[in-house]
Structure formats: structure tokens, C-alpha cells
Design a binder for this molecule. Sequence first.
Ligand code: TXA
Ligand code: MG
Length: 353
Amino acid sequence: MKQTLIIRVNPENPSGVKIQTAAKIIQNGGLVAFPTETVYGLGANALNADAVLALFAAKKRPLDNPPIVHVASPVEVARLVQEVPKKAELLMEKFWPGPLTLVFKHSTIVPDVTTAGLDTVAIRMPKHQVALSLIRSSGCPIAAPSANLAGKPSPTTAQHVYEDLNGRVDAIIDGGATNIGVESTVVDVTVTPPIVLRPGGTTFEVLKRIVSDVKLHAFVEAEEELPLEKIQSPGMKHRHYAPKADVLLIEGPVSAVTNKIQELADSYRSKGNKVGVLATDETQAAYKADVLRSLGSRFNLPSIAQNLFRIIREVDSQNVDVILAEGIPSEGMGLAVMNRLRKASGYHIIKTQ
Ligand code: TXA
Ligand code: MG
């Protein structure tokens, strides 16, 4: 067990002294959790193989799933990659800093452990003053996967990080709740056309406005587990966002979904199971369950993304046996939400008409 230092900062204007304390830890090969605009990350010096190895160990993350490397300026990409394709330049110009990760062919300075032995590296520049000052003060790119134990929902508050990683990391910078709530969009720009490997905070619709030929990988909208030969990003094959409870995702027209969920809730409860329902503002009055939470309004999909991981954690902490979740439209931020809900359900999806 390590003694985990908690460092509270103002998210808009973090104290230089406090960031220096955290940066020293990174420079010495330690592990620091910090807020970004998407979710909290667990950071280590991306160019220090031992530090990155310790990062995998702290998260209990499989070594074949590489972290994202965070930079504080597009200029820092050059020494980490072999080339910056034209479309990547356009995307960086338009969306950095922000919730967009680009996959490049990596240069020789990036250690194998940081790339999990792949010939590519995933890089992003976050839009958060704490993350940016930490990278600048550390003077190195920071490898940072989401700061949860492998398989758990990503953390959107320092408290979530503490629940998963207290005693396993050197420090947690508490900069309040994150704004976007789901992780960055991952786009592979080493191929033509560029391909979205993970939907996230930058929507497919806005990406297409800048790079019109960008495509979605089949996994992004998958309704079942993909066969191994179709897997293009290591993250596609690992269990994710999994609460302790069984999760069932019910998709279809809203009224059919609410009817089906109540029918399932009644049936599970009659067998003595404790049932949680993930509803929306428009539907929540329709349900009777042991634990009932709204993810937000169907007319405000970004708010649903913002609440998603927090509410999954909250419902799961009530020790329910099963969680029944409503499907929402797969447009805008809804695509990332549905991708996370499908994975959380282990592709246990029920379609209603
Ligand atoms: O918003 C985010 O992206 C957050 C914050 C902390 O920046 N980070 C995050 O990292 O979600 P992580 O490690 O939990 O997810 C990284 C994803 C994984 O699905 C991983 O497989 C994929 O990016 N990835 C990393 N390197 C890759 C590569 N070279 N090629 C393809 N996919 C890669
Ligand atoms: Mg993660």
C-alpha cells in the first residue's frame, strides 16, 4: 500500500505550487491521477518504461492494451511519431485541445510498453487547465489511461478514482467533476479513410465536417462481441464499464422500451431480485423499481454522457442484482453513450418494437 496524496486544485486556475508537487512525482517515475475534460486519467511519464509498467500494475490493466499519450501542444507530436498525415493535421487544428485521440505510427523514442508492442501510438491534447499544466510542468508526454481499475466504469470525479485506486497510486489531483463524462473519440489516421475506433466526446457528425470520408469501425455500433480477426484496437477485446450487477440494455421505440423494462423489473422483483433502472427524465415516472435513476433528458444527449458513469457507479453501489437500462438515440453524443452501455451489458441487448 502506498500513501496516496490528495491534491485539491481550482480546475480553471490550478496553483503552480500544487501542480509542481504532482509534476515532481511524474518526473520521479510515479503515478498521478488528474482530471481532463472527458474523464480522470492516471498519468505516468510516457517515455519511462518502468513508470508505464507500474501504471499497468496499479490499474490491473492487461499489458496488451496501450494507454493514450497526452501532450500539451500539437508541436510535441512530431518527435513521438513517424509522420503526421494531412488529415491528422486538419483534425488537430480543428479539435485540439479537446476530446479527440489520434493513432499515428510511432517513432523510436516511445518505449514498447507504452504502445503494447504495436507499431502505432495514440495521442491527444486534453482541454483542461489541470491536465495541460501538469504535462507542461512535468516536461514529458504523459501516458494516461482512464483512472479506474481495469473493467470498471471510467471515473468522472476524484472520489471515483479514490474508490478504485487509493493506496495504489502516489497522488490524486482533485479538480472536481469532469465536463464531458465519456472518454475521447479515438481515430486511426494511419489508414485511408481514417477510421473511428472508439466513439467519444468528439461526435462523428462534427468529425465528418472536417474529414468527409472518415468511417466508423464496425465495433463502434456493434451489438455483439466482434470476432478476434476484426479487432483493430486492443480496447475492443477487453471487458469494460462492467458493474457488479448484471446489465440488460433495452432498445427500441420509447414506449415499447418502458413497457418492456417495467415487465422485466416486475418479473425480476417477483423472484426476489433487487432491480435498478437507468431511465431518462421523460420516462422515469413510468417505473417502479428498487433503485431508479434518470441519466438525463433525451433532448440533451451531452447531459446523459456527462452523468452516465457516475450514475452506473451509484446504482451499482446499492447492491442491485440487475440493472435495466434504456437505450437512447445513437446520434451525436448518443453514439458514445450507447457504445458504453452495450459494452457494460456484455452485449446483453433486448430489442423491442
Ligand atoms: O478521454 C480519454 O481518452 C481518457 C482521458 C484520461 O484522456 N483516456 C482513456 O484512456 O480513455 P484508456 O486507456 O482508458 O483508453 C484508451 C483507448 C483504449 O481503447 C485503447 O485500446 C486505445 O485507446 N488505444 C490506445 N493505443 C492504441 C493504438 N495504438 N491503436 C489503437 N487503439 C489504441
Ligand atoms: Mg479506460
